[in-house]
Ligand binder design. Structure first.
Ligand SMILES: [Zn+2]
Length: 345
């Protein structure tokens, strides 16, 4: 029953998230094993209320209700009896038990990897006879924050998407329009959120960043409550992991060929004023040198300029608040770029 429902839900799920899949690095067969375990667990009806059971049960109650009401209003010919309304299945009902079971199993597997002594040996290397562990170490810390919009219609829909294995996408945090924060992955673990792209010389951003998804349909403005919640999360992350001010960027900055999030309404200036990302400030009186090289300036800021027109579009969206496919910077945009790049030197 559950499996049938899941297939149905998968079929209607909208999965055109802004996120990109990336290499998983999981142990082959692990997911199949987890699925088999889930099927075994669900087969006995142990989960109680399943998605398919729910509407059926409610439907029965509605019938009873109708029957009682018919008796009580039989003498009133002017009463228009309401027919029971069909109960729609929730298309984004998360299988929380399975999601958390999977989460626990995966974290245990990764813990086993960390505990291995010695770690995976390198071929043809002569190792010492005995493993001797150093006594001085701790966990590696993320050094970037990548901000996204979900291109979906609710936090619930995104949480649902992030608990479907087939989507192969995730993020550490999802922040709803009302400011509710859903923390879905330990900050020390690697979410599948940034995907293919490049910033500076980093092309595996998932390995060194925290991904934050903002619930947003892709074109609408972001709410004040949402941004306030984001700022609180960013402040905590910046302090906890000592993330440099320059390293708070958008998915569209990292992957300008594929992505445009967060959309042009995102308040980057406000974030920069709080210490998350740089801003160019006042360009009044700025004179751009005639030999100023836009290509190099974009590269110094961090953009991948292998497709420079895409880098220009991403830069313009982020720093000028303009969504345009124009391949050439305007004089005003050129001033912004000139003033901005000096902050990255
Ligand atoms: Zn994204």
């Amino acid at each position: 029953m559950t499996r049938k429902y899941n297939l149905f839900a998968l079929g209607i799920s909208i999965t055109f998230l802004c996120m990109a899949s990336c290499s998983r690095g999981t142990v082959p067969g692990r997911i199949d094993r987890l699925k088999a375990e889930r099927d075994l667990a669900m087969g006995g009806g142990a989960s109680g209320e399943t998605a398919t059971d729910k509407p059926v049960e409610l439907g029965k109650k509605s019938k009873k209700s109708k029957s009682k009401k018919s008796k009580s209003t039989a003498s009133n010919h002017h009463t228009v009896e309401k027919l029971p309304q069909p109960v729609k299945a929730d298309p984004f009902l998360v299988d929380t038990a399975f999601a958390n079971q999977t989460y626990d199993k995966l974290t245990q597997d990764y813990a086993d990897t960390i505990l291995a002594k010695p770690a995976e040996r390198i071929k043809d290397v002569q190792y010492g006879e005995a493993f001797v562990g150093t006594t001085n170490f701790n966990l590696r810390k993320p050094q970037y924050v990548i901000i996204h919009h979900t291109s979906q219609n609710s936090l619930k829909q995104t949480v649902y998407t992030f608990t479907l294995e087939r989507t192969q996408v995730s993020a550490h945090y999802v922040i709803s329009r009302d400011g509710t924060v859903q923390h879905m992955l330990n900050d020390y673990l690697r979410a599948w959120q940034a995907g293919k792209g490049r910033w500076n010389n980093i092309d595996d951003m998932n390995s060194c960043s925290i991904g934050i998804e903002l619930d947003n349909n892709g074109v609408e403005p972001f709410t004040d409550k949402q941004i306030d919640a984001l700022l609180k999360v960013l402040q905590a992350l910046k302090e906890r992991f000592a993330i440099p001010q320059s390293n708070f960027i958008g998915h569209g900055d990292y992957a300008p060929v594929r992505k445009n999030d967060p959309n042009v309404n995102f308040p980057w200036a406000k974030l920069a004023s709080k210490g998350f990302g740089y801003w160019y400030g006042d360009t009044t009186g700025v004179e751009v040198p005639k030999d100023f090289n836009e290509y190099l300036a974009l590269r110094i800021i961090g953009y991948d300029v292998s497709d420079v027109s895409k880098a220009i579009i991403a830069f313009r969206r982020h720093f000028c608040g303009i969504e345009s496919t124009a391949k050439v910077l305007s004089p005003a945009e050129r001033k912004v770029l000139y003033k901005l790049y000096t902050k990255y030197l």
